[in-house]
Ligand binder design. Structure first.
Ligand SMILES: Cc1ncc(COP(=O)(O)O)c(C=O)c1O
Length: 437
C-alpha cells in the first residue's frame, strides 16, 4: 500500500461534483476536446492538484510541460498582480510596453548562441514554429522546410503539416501545406540512423538550394522522448552550413530548464540559428517566442510578423519571473536531480517488470518505453494506457507519448519535492503490479 501524504482519493472518479460539470461539458463543449483526467480541477499548488470533490493528485504532466516553476508560483503571482494594477493589453505594436522588451533582453542573454541575438514573442508553440519558418524564408528567399520523423510542432496548418503523427493530429484535416519534407530521426532503441542517411534522404527529396529551414526538436517530446546521439545535432549544423539554410531548434517542450540546461541543445556541441520556445516560458500563461541570430530575425519587412495578443504584458511579466526563478532557485540543478531520482526509480521498476523496454531522457525530461516483449520490442500501447489510467485513478497523473503510443513520460514541475516524486512513483509501481505483474 502506498503511504499517502500528498495524494488522496476519497470518491469514485469522477466524483459527483466533477460528474455534474462533465455532463455540461458533453452537452456544450465540442467533442474533439477530449480530456485526460477523469475529474475537474478546483485548485492547484506546486505539483499538487485538488479536484472539485476533494481528491488530490500528484501531477507529473505539469500542464503538459508548462509549469517549470509549479502551479501559482509566488513570484509569478506577485508579478501578475502588479501588472494587473498597471495595464492588461495594448498590442505591443500599437503601444509598446517594457516587459516585452525586458523579456527579449533576458531571453537573449540566456541563449547559448554566439553573436548578436534578438527575440520576438507570440502566443502558442505552433505560432512560434510558423513564424520561425516565415523568418527563415524571408532571410534565405527560399521555400522548402525540412522536418523529422516523430516530430510534433503544433496544430495550425503549417505546424500540423510539420508534425509527423497522423492520428489524431492530421486525420481528416488535409490538404496540407506544400514544400515540407521529412527526414529520419535517430531512435536508438529501435532504429539506427547515420548522418549519411539523413543527407541522402534530404538530397532525394528536394534540391538543397531550395531549402529555407530545417526545424528539429533537440530532444523529441510528444513523439516519445527520444534523445539523439551526440553526433546528430552537429551533423545537422554541418548540413545547414553546407547548403546555406537556417537551422531552427524547436525547444517548445524541452527548453527553459527542463533538461537541466536552459536549452536542451546545450547538452550537445552545437548552436542553432533560431530557437522556438513556449510552454515553461509563460508558467501557464499563453506565451511563445523565437530567439536567434539578429541578422536572421531582422529579415522580414517591417510589420511582417506580430499578432494582436503576441507577447501580452501579463505573460511577459510571468516569463521574466520564470527565468529569474530558474536562476535564483537553482532549478537547472534541481531538474538534473529530479531526472536522476526518476531514473533510479524507473530502473527499480524495470528490474521487476519486463514491460519496461527502455528508460531515457535528459534532466527532468525522462520517459519509459513499454513493450510486450523485450526481445521483439513489440510496442505495448494498450498496456501503457491501462497503467497510466490506473495511476491516475490512484492519485498520480502521468502523461503518455510516442508515435507508437507506448511511452510514459514525465513533464513535472521543477519545484516538486523528493517526497512527492516518491509517492507518485509508488502509485505508478502499484499500477505496474496490477497490470504488468
Ligand atoms: C516540440 C513542440 N513544438 C510545438 C508545440 C506546439 O505548441 P502549442 O500547443 O503551444 O501550439 C508543442 C506542443 O506540445 C511541442 O511539444
Amino acid at each position: 500500500m502506498v503511504e499517502r501524504r500528498f495524494s488522496r482519493i476519497q470518491t469514485e472518479l469522477p466524483g459527483p461534483k466533477s460528474a455534474a460539470v462533465f455532463a455540461t461539458k458533453t452537452k456544450y463543449v465540442a467533442a474533439p476536446l477530449e480530456t485526460y483526467a477523469p475529474f475537474i480541477v478546483k485548485q492547484s499548488e506546486g505539483a499538487i492538484i485538488e479536484d472539485l470533490d476533494g481528491n488530490r493528485f500528484i501531477d507529473f504532466t505539469g500542464g503538459w510541460g508548462c509549469l517549470a516553476l509549479g502551479q501559482r508560483n509566488e513570484r509569478v503571482v506577485r508579478a501578475l498582480l502588479d501588472q494587473i494594477d498597471g495595464y492588461l493589453h495594448t498590442d505591443f505594436t500599437a503601444v509598446p510596453y517594457a516587459p516585452f522588451i525586458e523579456l527579449a533582453e533576458v531571453l537573449c542573454e540566456h541563449t547559448a548562441i554566439d553573436g548578436d541575438l534578438k527575440a520576438a514573442f507570440f502566443n502558442s508553440g505552433a505560432e512560434a514554429v510558423e513564424n520561425a519558418v516565415k523568418i527563415a524564408r524571408a532571410s534565405t528567399k527560399r521555400k522548402a522546410v525540412l522536418v523529422f520523423e516523430n516530430a510534433f510542432h503544433g496544430r495550425t496548418l503549417l505546424a500540423m503539416t510539420m508534425t509527423h503523427k497522423a492520428k489524431p493530429y492530421k486525420y481528416g484535416f488535409g490538404p496540407f501545406a506544400p514544400d515540407v519534407y521529412r527526414l529520419p530521426y535517430p531512435y536508438e532503441y529501435r532504429k539506427n540512423v547515420t548522418a549519411d542517411d539523413i543527407e541522402q534522404a534530404l538530397l532525394s527529396l528536394v534540391d538543397p538550394s531550395e531549402v529555407a529551414v530545417m526545424v528539429v526538436e533537440p530532444m523529441i517530446g510528444e513523439g516519445g522522448f527520444l534523445v539523439p546521439p551526440v553526433w546528430f545535432l552537429p551533423a545537422l549544423r554541418n548540413l545547414a552550413d553546407k547548403y546555406g539554410f537556417v537551422l531552427a531548434f524547436d525547444e517548445v517542450q524541452s527548453g527553459i530548464g527542463r533538461t537541466g540546461k536552459f536549452f536542451a541543445f546545450e547538452h550537445f556541441d552545437v548552436q542553432p540559428d533560431l530557437v522556438c520556445v513556449a510552454k515553461s516560458l509563460g508558467s501557464g500563461l499563453p506565451l511563445s517566442g523565437i530567439v536567434g541570430k539578429a541578422s536572421i530575425m531582422d529579415a522580414p519587412i517591417a510589420s511582417a510578423i506580430g499578432g494582436t495578443y503576441a507577447g501580452n504584458p501579463l505573460a511577459c511579466r510571468a516569463a521574466i519571473e520564470v527565468i529569474r526563478g530558474i536562476d535564483e532557485e537553482n532549478l537547472l540543478e534541481r531538474a538534473t536531480q529530479i531526472g536522476d531520482r526518476l531514473k533510479v526509480r524507473f530502473a527499480e521498476l524495470a528490474e521487476r517488470f519486463d514491460a519496461i523496454g527502455d528508460i531515457r531522457g535528459l534532466g527532468a525530461m525522462v520517459g519509459i518505453e513499454l513493450v510486450r516483449d523485450r526481445g521483439t520490442k513489440e510496442p505495448a500501447k494498450e498496456l501503457t494506457g491501462r497503467i497510466a489510467a490506473e495511476a491516475l485513478r490512484n492519485g498520480a497523473i502521468f502523461p503518455t507519448a510516442g508515435l507508437l503510443g507506448n511511452v510514459l513520460r514525465v513533464l513535472v514541475s521543477l519545484v516538486i519535492t523528493d517526497e512527492q516524486i516518491d509517492e507518485g512513483m509508488s502509485i505508478l509501481a502499484e499500477a505496474f503490479e496490477k497490470h504488468a505483474g
